[in-house]
Write a protein that binds this ligand. Structure first.
Ligand code: AMP
Length: 564
């Protein structure tokens, strides 16, 4: 299959011509290698050429133009040197954030400028002097006409999502803005589609541009069930957990974009009682082998990986491939999902798509020549039904295995007073409630997108409460070295089978041993036992207190975990 022909590119950000400061910034962001559009656009822009690019959101397009821009800006001059035109306020803010992130080490200042925001705030920021402006055309023109924005020193102009700006009627505004910039400037235009008016716009403003297109290879569609879920960023973790609960993969690879995301997701899933292992380029060969060993032996059931780390991975077959982030090119998608459905076996590929990434999904559909219909994110009712089904199945197993000898007496006594059917139902209720330990009180249904809304590119995202975005993005980090010094892992003799949840352990440890919940580190819950990290200095105190106490009404034994 096409996906097997890996381009084992050794391309690094530095080899594209980016300086050490910017490359170091990317390292801290966890970017392991440039995406296809970045490989093409970055050296071209650094060489001073104009660029005509075709790429959708999610391909790494923003970094493709923002990285060369922050590299080339004169950090000592406080005039506006870079200008990015974006169709919407959301995109302007997002691009400005990216420029800020990438330009941090170089001390580049950036300002988003869009309608709806008090102009006063923008004016005072402009007076202080900024080097990059990211704005929507209407508001930019306002400033130019008031004389509050001077573009005489602009050297780099980016027109982002040009086709969207065309749809919104901004073409004349763009012309008017570009007229105010020097002729010697460098210009790049990005658009997902190229209707005639965009081509004309490019002809008017770009000089002998280099075309940067992500080529689309053909592939045979494999024997894989492909599902997509449309999920805004703050709900991704919750959606993933629900999908995993419903699908119950026997072994799965979950792909993330960056190392940081791999680490965060691994931790968040471990806290939720899964058995994940992280695999990324930051691991040594020995660590990598260990991780793969645990995955192959089934000690871990989820492998959370970056594309780079998964390259050349020696895994026979997994039941599920999950794209926690939509891959940055359709080819990468094909490559990732090639890990499942091998040798005629069935496989499932699951992709989480943010509403604004709907174009990426279309690109993938075009390449695989197949529709990937967005599915409904499991609702609370779906999850309950699934849990009931699992319970019924394990009850059936117990009945078939006839290993309930000691309990017949209990039923016989009760049968003198109650109907047998009622006794069985009541016993089921009790048992199911314990098994449903993972059901959380705050479970609510997540927002759903209909296939039509997705196709229209309906972006309900931007309308949500803004502040929640960041707080819900990544789980609290629990490190190996907490504020209270080195951590020790404790073995606790109860696990998932007894309905133990992380909250039960935190509650018991905090309550019985009188140490703050925040001092507790990573928690892993296995079927029969749990592992909890606590500060070494408090380990004995916790062991003593818990050994006298009970968790969920059960006495437990606690000791230091051995390395095995
Ligand atoms: P964009 O296509 O610009 O909307 O970017 C999509 C996402 O990819 C953003 O969250 C970026 O932070 C991320 N990203 C961009 N370049 C890379 C890279 N080389 N490696 C990993 N993540 C990246």
């Amino acid at each position: 299959m096409a996906g097997e022909n890996e381009t084992t590119s050794e391309t690094t950000f530095e080899s594209l011509g980016l300086g050490s400061e910017v490359s170091a910034t990317l390292q801290t962001l966890g970017y392991e290698e440039p995406t296809p559009i970045q490989v093409q656009a970055i050296p071209t822009l650094l060489a001073g050429r104009d660029v005509l690019g075709s790429a959708a959101t999610g391909t790494g397009k923003t970094a493709a133009f923002a990285l060369p821009m922050v590299e080339m800006i004169d950090a000592d001059a406080s005039t506006v040197q870079g200008l990015v035109l974006a169709p919407t306020r959301e995109l302007a803010v997002q691009v400005a954030e990216a420029v800020h992130r990438y330009g941090k080490h170089r001390g580049i200042t950036v300002l988003p400028v869009y309608g709806g925001q008090p102009i006063q705030r923008q004016l005072s920021a402009l007076r202080r002097g900024v080097q990059v402006i990211v704005g929507t055309p209407g508001r930019l023109l306002d400033h130019i006409r008031r004389g509050t924005l001077k573009l005489d020193d602009v050297r780099y102009v980016i027109i982002d999502e040009a086709d969207e700006m065309l749809d919104m009627g901004f073409i004349e505004d763009i012309d008017a803005i570009l007229e105010k910039t020097p002729d010697e400037r460098q210009t790049a235009l990005f658009s997902a589609t190229f209707p005639p008016r965009i081509t004309e716009l490019a002809q008017r403003h770009l000089r002998d541009p280099v075309r940067v297109m992500i080529k689309q290879e053909r592939m045979e569609s494999p024997l894989v069930r492909q599902v997509a879920y449309v999920v805004p960023r703050p709900h991704k973790l919750e959606a993933l957990a629900r999908v995993l609960d419903l699908e119950s993969p026997t072994s799965a690879i979950i792909f993330c974009r960056t190392r940081t995301e791999v680490d965060d997701l691994t931790e968040a899933l471990a806290i939720r009682g899964y058995r994940p292992e992280a695999l990324h380029g930051g691991l040594t060969q020995v660590q990598r082998d260990k991780v793969m060993g645990r995955f192959r032996e089934g000690v871990a059931d989820l492998l959370i990986a970056t594309d780079v780390a998964a390259r050349g991975l020696d895994v026979e077959q997994v039941s599920h491939v999950v794209n926690y982030d939509i891959p940055q090119s359709p080819e990468a998608y094909v490559h990732r999902i090639g890990r499942t459905g091998r040798a005629g076996r069935e496989g499932t590929a699951i992709t989480l798509v943010q509403p604004r990434e709907h174009r990426m999904l279309k690109g993938i559909e075009r390449l695989i020549r197949q529709r990937i219909e967005p599915a409904r994110i499991p609702t609370v009712a779906d999850l309950r039904a699934r849990r009931t089904e699992l319970f019924r199945a394990s009850l059936q197993e117990t009945l078939i295995a006839e290993n309930y000898e000691g309990y017949r007496g209990v039923v016989e006594t009760l049968a003198e007073q109650f109907d047998l059917m009622d006794i069985a139902a009541a016993a089921s209720k009790l048992a199911a409630e314990t098994m449903r330990g993972e059901e959380r009180e705050d479970e609510r249904d997540l927002p759903q997108w209909t296939p039509d809304e997705v196709r229209r590119g309906d972006d309900k995202e931007g309308r949500g409460p803004r502040g929640r975005r960041d707080s819900a993005e990544s789980p609290p980090r629990r490190g190996r070295r907490g504020d209270d010094g080195p951590m020790t892992q404790l073995f606790v003799s109860v696990g998932r089978r007894r309905g133990i949840r992380p909250a039960d352990l935190v509650g018991a440890i905090a309550g019985e041993a009188k140490i703050p919940g925040s001092a507790i580190g990573a928690i892993e819950i296995a079927d029969q036992f749990s592992l909890v990290e606590v500060p070494e200095s408090l380990a004995d105190q916790v062991i003593r207190a818990l050994s006298r106490a009970a968790i969920k009404g059960r006495p437990v034994s606690v000791r230091r975990a051995r390395d095995d």
